[in-house]
Design a binder for this molecule. Structure first.
Ligand SMILES: [Zn+2]
Length: 444
């Protein structure tokens, strides 16, 4: 009942980002927990009643939906990526879908599909607007976005969020960077949104041809290295560069960066989140239940994204009562166990963060070497760059940031190999797959 009253207030009184942020700062942790539990219990009962998948799974695991109050009450039960790939989508649907998206970045050949209603996207837009308002977006801003429309939710997440704020919006979509730059320039956008790999190229054009005042660059869809963030901020002369964290499964709205303390605030009222199987540093897999969906709710969904609860002092931003996770350090399916260690793309971002002589595009292959694994860097050398200096900096960064790894290297547990390419030759598609385990190819 409490959660139904809250939903009515949420859609009425709290529909503007200013009011949402005002309210978010005045809830108490106890009230947030009660609302979250109420929404969670309602979602579980609703999903088991209407979806074939959850009905079957709850029976199989001997779970009584009336007794489930938290994730812990679900025992070993999770919804997995494989479930979404292997089961017909109809098994998950609880109401008539109105919109379908596919997940990106999959390496499995089958894209997962996720369905929504307009109402759900509209609801998510209000949350997104609050997150963007918290980062500085206002109704008198002009926003240009470069998100790719093909099967992907990101441009719609932007659309509904910008609409909820009431800012001006022009869509450039995923066109060639020079054309994007030249055409958005006519609008003089104060805010630019898009994926890092595309907007880095746009920023390179702007560096050559000139900029205009941009206060906010808001990125999504991929991870962002600190080096790329600093580069964009320096070219766009002090623009704040922030990243959202989201999966298509949550309409790209898992979290938005905290402007004060970093990391991502997760919405406690649209997601119940937990981190499972944490390592000694607290990094584990983020798992969540969607709390405000009627078409395709997901219960205790394994995101495959690795993060940990943010440490250090609490932030003092308007979303301070919402839980906060650290950087996303990789995906479970991107982690590669090899003789260099249990490596993820995050490692290489760190190794390349202060190496200005290579571009932001890089790729690493793990191959079978003569004795053990060979780690093959593919880097784009900028004009006039020295291969030797690049290698020296990478070696120094490994020694400083990954001391165990450096010891293994000195003991020749693995080999390093560097291949240099001209700028802008590595990236072919929307996402450059950063880290590739090619060891199996040796046997084919
Ligand atoms: Zn914050």
């Amino acid at each position: 009942m409490l959660d139904q009253i809250f939903t009515a207030i949420d859609r009425g009184l709290l529909r503007t980002p200013q009011r949402r942020l005002w309210a978010a700062g005045r809830l108490t942790p106890g009230l947030i927990a009660r609302l979250q539990e109420g929404k969670f219990r309602a979602t579980v009962r609703y999903a088991v009643k209407h979806s074939k998948f959850y009905r079957e799974k709850f029976r199989e695991y001997g779970l009584d939906p009336a007794k489930v109050r938290t994730h812990a009450d679900l025992g070993d039960f999770f919804t997995t990526q494989e479930d979404l790939r292997e089961r017909p989508i109809e098994d998950f649907l609880c109401a008539k879908p109105e919109f379908g998206f596919e997940t990106t970045g999959t390496t499995m050949g089958i894209n997962k599909r996720v369905y929504f209603s307009y109402r759900e996207m509209f609801d998510y837009g209000r949350d997104g607007a609050a997150g963007l308002y918290n980062l500085g977006l206002r109704s008198d801003d002009i926003v240009a976005d470069g998100f790719d429309y093909s099967f992907w939710n990101a441009p719609f997440t932007a659309y509904y969020s910008i609409m909820a704020i009431g800012a001006f919006h022009v869509i450039g979509a995923f066109v060639e960077p020079k054309e994007f730059y030249e055409r958005i320039k006519a609008y003089k956008p104060t805010v630019i949104m898009g994926v890092p790999t595309h907007l880095v190229r746009v920023t390179e054009v702007a560096e050559r041809e000139g900029t205009w005042p941009v206060k906010l660059i808001f990125l999504g869809g991929e991870n962002l290295s600190e080096r790329t963030r600093e580069y964009m901020a320096s070219v766009w002369k002090g623009a704040k560069v922030y990243l959202s964290y989201g999966q298509t499964e949550a309409f790209g709205m898992n979290g938005v960066e905290c402007p004060r303390a970093g990391g991502y605030h997760l919405s406690a009222l649209s997601l119940m989140s937990e981190i499972i199987n944490p390592d000694e540093e607290g990094y584990g897999e983020l798992v969540y239940t969607t709390l405000s969906r009627s078409v395709m709710p997901l219960i205790r969904y394994r995101s495959a994204d690795l993060t940990r609860w943010a440490k250090g002092p609490d932030c003092d931003c308007a979303l301070r009562l919402m839980p906060r996770v650290d950087k996303i350090v990789g995906r479970c399916d991107e982690l590669i166990n090899c003789s260099m260690g249990n490596i993820s793309p995050y490692w290489f971002d760190t190794m390349l963060e202060d190496v200005p002589e290579v571009t932001h595009d890089w790729q690493v292959f793990v191959r079978r070497g003569a004795r053990d694994d060979r780690i093959e860097f593919h880097l784009e050398l900028v004009n006039g760059g020295s291969e030797q200096r690049v290698k020296e900096r990478i070696f120094r960064n490994i020694e400083q940031h990954f001391p165990d790894c450096w010891r293994y290297y000195q003991k020749r547990f693995f080999e390093l190999d560097f291949q240099f390419h001209p700028p802008h030759t590595l990236s072919e598609g929307r996402k450059l797959r950063r880290l590739i385990d090619a060891r199996r190819d040796a046997w084919n």
